[in-house]
Design a protein around this ligand. Sequence first.
Ligand SMILES: [Zn+2]
Length: 121
Amino acid sequence: MDERFEQVRMMLLEQKREILQKIRGKKGEIGDLRGDFIDIATDSLEHELNYIFEEREREKLQNIDEALKRIKEDTYGECDECGDDIEIERLMALPFTHLCLDCKAKQERQKKLRIYVEQES
Ligand SMILES: [Zn+2]
């Protein structure tokens, strides 16, 4: 494993722990509410909110696990576009990014250009 990413790995593990705790905490909360609110509408709204919340957290968890796996396999921190190392500061701020700053900027420019072209035609 690349020593440079130890800090990122610790941060990701911490984030993972927080999310798991949040999901577990949320479940407990809703379990408690159920006794007080028997109303079906409230119940389904609660269910929906819970679903949205869990989807988002689950997605984050997936991102974290994927990044942790890449750190372990030594494929983490490489730009998908140019294969260069992504700056460690950038990884600390955006641990799930697959692109270096240059390629990201290029991609953004292309996206803007595409929107511009689409508007013109
Ligand atoms: Zn790149």
